[in-house]
Structure formats: structure tokens, C-alpha cells
Design a binder for this molecule. Sequence first.
Ligand code: FNR
Length: 392
Amino acid sequence: MRSIVTINYLGNSFKLFSESIMTYISEITNVMEYEALAKEKLPKMVYDYYASGAEDQWTLQENRNAFSRILFRPRILRDVSKIDMTTTVLGFNISMPIMIAPTAFQKMAHPEGECATARAASAAGTIMTLSSWATSSVEEVSSTGPGIRFFQLYVTKDRNVDAQLVKRAERAGFKAIALTVDTPRLGRREADIKNRFVLPPHLTLKNYEGLYFGKMDKTDDSGLASYVANQIDRSLNWKDVKWLQTITSLPILVKGVLTAEDASLAIQYGAAGIIVSNHGARQLDYVPATVMALEEVVHAAKGRVPVFLDGGVRRGTDVFKALALGASGVFVGRPVPFSLAVDGEAGVRKVLQMLRDEFELTMALSGCRSLKEITRNHVVTHWDTPGAVARL
Ligand code: FNR
């Protein structure tokens, strides 16, 4: 049926027939454009949940702005006719150092939710991380076909439930656990409070179905904040990283490290890798952008374990900058639910393809033919040589 849809894009409002939206989707040329389209398509409560950061959202903006303060020192005349973006993460070969971060409740964006994301990641030859709070279970995601997948764990007050879930993930073929450590309490996301955010009634937290944990009740503020307060274990500490190793043989990535001190502790407590993350700026506001915290973590890790980054990655140039500062790979968060909302699996595929193409071009224009040729000398930051880069 023909209907009229209003699109707000870059401050302009357009009225389009629904057929024109299809044309518009095919003309998307960068990852950020999906957000504008998703905003038009999704109910306000859902869009706000995906988009928001904590409190003043300073860190949310800074996650993007910080990338724009890092500049390139490209090398020339280096025969870039062949570019190899392949890499290995925890021993698994992937096609590019761009992976999918866990984002909860993907069926709010699209009926196929996490299963569509899994298929898109697999088609792109990269890793998807499934959230504990997914609206599709570990078994459902695994049944979409082959693919390298990690499982993100929130530790609850009931360690038996956690242990069962980790075992199920293991049996379903997940290859690593990303232990989220930055959420003993939920950050204050004011839009969710205003909207009285709650999971739509036709959806459940599939991994906890049948357990008390599967429900999220409507409250007079954010339903998610109340859920977290009731279910998530605030006492989570370093000993739990050891405990996790007693219940699984899967490698553990500690997700949510922002300091050298915690990087050293994570390694001491047996982490197989570190994810420098501020949870997409949704937890503690006024922490630095992840790309600002990256180098101190890399230095503390001293090459003992790989260091990854998420937060604000929207361009191939961002991927290159993170790698030049020592990351072994990056994860993307919001672009996944936004592109799912607009175009389902095809949207997520396109996000991964655009990031891949941009990253390949960045490598070529910087004179790098493989990931190992990307070095610290390919970027300059304002903390390198005072005055080398004007403070932007
Ligand atoms: C998240 N993130 C997240 N992290 C996690 O460990 N478990 C989860 O269930 C979720 N859920 C979630 C939902 C939504 C809507 C967002 C935006 C984020 C954090 C996520 O894994 C990642 O750290 C950030 O999203 C990365 O930042 P960008 O790429 O969104 O800027």
C-alpha cells in the first residue's frame, strides 16, 4: 500500500511515498544515515533506548568527537594494489578487524532480531557477540547456521542461572565469553526514565525464559533500571572472574576496562583479552572516549593479551585509528539495531560492508597493505608532540 512517510535528515524534513524510502535505503552511503531513518521508523521509546547515553551524554558525544581529533600520517608510493584485512581473534580467523558488540533487545528493531544479525555477521566473515539480554536465545542464534560467535554475560544474583546459561552458550557453539564489568548498576538514561521504558509485551529475555529473570515489569521510571537493580549482582568483583573460569573453559574477555590499573588486574585474574569500552556512554558519564583510554590500556597489557575497543566506531577511518593506537580489533554497537530497524539482515550486512570498504580504502590511502603494517606512526594525536596537531 502506498503511504506517505516524513523523514528528517540533516535538519531537513522530507515527505516521501513509502516506495521512495526503498530508493532512499539503496542510496545510503554511510553508517550514520541509518540512525536518521531508524528514528523515523521506530516508536520513540525504542529509538530512545537504542540511542541514549547516560545523564548529560557528554561521553556519548565525546566517543565520536575524540576520533575526529586523531589525524593521519599517511605513507605514499607503497603499491597498495592488494590489501589484506584478515586477522585472528582468540585464534579464530575473521575477514576484517570489525566485529559486532552485544546490544540487547534486537527484536524491538526487527522481528528477526539477533538471528538476522547473526546471519549478517556470518556472511561478512566476522564475529557477532550475543547479549545476555537478547530477545533470541543462544540456541536460536546458533541454529541460524555456522559462524563465530561470542556470548556476553551479565552476572546475576543467582550463580546457578549464570552457570547454566554459560553451559548452554558453550553447547550452542559460542567461542568466548565477554564478561561485562561496567554495570553493577544501570547508568541513568533519562530518556528511558521519561518514557517508562519496558520491553514490549510480545518479547522476552529469551535466554532466561521460564525463569523469574525472563520478565521485566512496568514501573514508574525505567523498567530496565528496576530489572537490573533486582537481578544483577552489585557485588561483582575480581574473584568472580576466577569463578567464571571454574565453570567454563571458554576464553574470557573483560568488557568495560578504561584504565591501565584494571587492565593489569584483568590479566592477573586470567582474562584472555580486554575490551576497552564505556558501554556506548550509557553507564558513567564523563568517562573519556574509549579511543582516549585505549593507549594506556594497550601499554599496560604489554602484548600479553589482545586489546579491543568499542564506542563510537562509525567509519573505516575510526577502525584504522583504533588499530594504529594498538587495538587488535573493534566492535560496533548502535549501527546494528539502527540498520536492523531500517532494513533487517540486509541493513546489518550493508553496515558491515560499508565499514569494510571504508577501512580498506583508509589502509590503501595510508600505504598499509596488511594489518601489521598499521603502526603508531600512521596517526598523530594532540598528546604526542605538543603543537604537532592543533587542539581541535
Ligand atoms: C549496549 N551495550 C551492551 N553491552 C553489554 O555488555 N550487554 C548488553 O546487553 C548491551 N546492550 C546494549 C544496548 C544498546 C542499545 C546499546 C547502544 C549498547 C553496549 C555495547 O555492547 C557497546 O559497548 C556499545 O554499544 C559500543 O558503542 P557504540 O558502537 O554503540 O557507540
